[in-house]
Design a protein. Structure first.
Length: 153
């Protein structure tokens, strides 16, 4: 089980770096524009739809020996990444422990990685949601993080 946690621990950084650069660039352009609030929300939704479409063209893909990234989808002011843990059913995962470990890991990477600093610096309300499913297709975890949750230095 320790091996699973180590493998899953690396997932967040790999995917955040892979996708945050492109999204961060677009969000950065968006946040520097002179839009009204309702236009900002509409523009960001468009950006997220385009980002999800771009990501989905490369999926599914294995991100490590245990985890497959299956799809990206958009919700209001957010992007959701859907993963399958291919060697374990949802019932075999202790979701409480998984959530505790992964939330800290995802927040640390979001708040302290150069590729994602745009989300923190611009105090954007953009959410990054990570949904995990077991090999049996049952969801066992959804972890959502925002740059606004990072502590200011």
């Amino acid at each position: 089980m320790k091996t699973l946690w180590k493998i899953l621990g690396g997932i967040g950084l790999l995917l955040v770096i892979a996708f945050a650069g492109a999204i961060g660039k677009i969000v950065g352009k968006f946040t520097t524009g002179q839009f009204y609030e309702d236009q900002k929300e509409g523009a960001l939704d468009t950006v997220l739809v385009n980002a999800a479409s771009h990501i989905n063209k490369k999926l599914p893909m294995m991100v490590d020996a245990e985890t497959r990234l299956d799809s990206a989808s958009v919700f209001k002011m957010g992007l959701r990444l859907n993963y399958t843990v291919v060697n374990y059913s949802a019932e075999e995962i202790d979701s409480s422990s998984f959530n505790n470990v992964k939330r800290k890991d995802l927040m640390n990477k979001l708040c302290n990685t150069d590729e994602t600093k745009i989300f923190v610096e611009n105090k954007t309300s953009l959410s990054l949601s990570h949904a995990y499913y077991g090999k049996n297709g049952k969801q066992f975890s959804v972890i959502t993080v925002q740059g606004s949750q990072c502590k200011s230095s």
